[in-house]
Design a protein around this ligand. Sequence first.
Ligand code: NDP
Length: 327
Amino acid sequence: MFKAILIEKDDAGYRAAMRDVDDAQLPAGDVTVRVSHSTLNYKDALAITGKGPVVRKFPMVPGIDLAGVVEHSAHPAYQPGDAVLLNGWGVGEVHWGGLAQKARLNGDWLIPLPGAFTPQQAMAIGTAGYTAMLCVLALEKQGVRPADGEILVTGAAGGVGSVAVALLARLGYTVVAVTGRPHDAEYLRRLGAAEVLDRAQFAAPGKPLGKERWAGAVDVVGSHVLANVCATTRYRGVVTACGLAAGMDLPATVAPFILRGVTLVGIDSVMCPRADRLQAWQRLATDLDLARLGDIGRTVGLAEALPLAQQLLDGQVRGRIVVDVNQ
Ligand code: NDP
């Protein structure tokens, strides 16, 4: 038996609770992992609360991230005792995920835990941090360099935003952070933000074009915020869009794209090819100041993930939540 958060949906409704689960109930897979840490991402919070259509099979163990040690493997790349990491691939959505003491997975989804990180540190980064790295890599691929000007990060005090601020600042970019939590301005400055702006400036419907300011942007928020970010991005600037914290809509015009040559790059972490994942984790190992992770992430026990899910959706969780599944 092992402990897991289990989401069930039936005539009695949608509910998530701590359960003791029999190993025999684990789904099919060629690698069994003894999970040590998982995390609480925005998507996990949607799954646990049922506030978004994340879970597509019931019962489901949520948790799109996990770190742990291989217990059994029929996959040629993994041996018992190997330290591994997993992000995405539909885990926690259609296949049982990481918010449990054990997981059985397709070995092709795993990557070796980078030597630079403990399992706790890898989960303090998690899908949120790996997505932030994908955004930074996309800016670089489009030719954005520190000398080009300011980079805007929205939803900056959240998981993706916090890691994006820390990474960009370490790489020498001038980072402007947007937050709805002015009391976290000092936290964002510690991570490396040169300036902190109030989210209210971006949240209302804006004009098709505004004063040009950003050489690049990382947007986790969507909706009017993303539209306003595009409208104020400089000629040939680059905006990466990875989130929908304010909404799935994009009430924008084509003006920034056809008059200023702005590039909007979509970022997906879930089905991201293996080579790009390995590159992102390798860059995280060299470009993220590990000292910042202590500030960004805090660790909780498995049961605490349940009430924290609603708080995260309410925008009350700063940085990242690491879940020690044995605590
Ligand atoms: P968090 O909840 O940690 O951060 C989201 C942040 O967005 C909040 O902290 C808050 O920042 C801001 N925010 C929340 N609500 C609103 C609102 N109504 N209007 C404007 N800003 C708001 O989530 P994550 O960082 O884990 O994820 C952020 C987004 O990125 C989510 O939408 C998530 O689904 C998406 N995502 C996408 C991935 C992909 O593969 N494309 C991978 C990972 C995440 P503040 O208080 O500073 O304003």
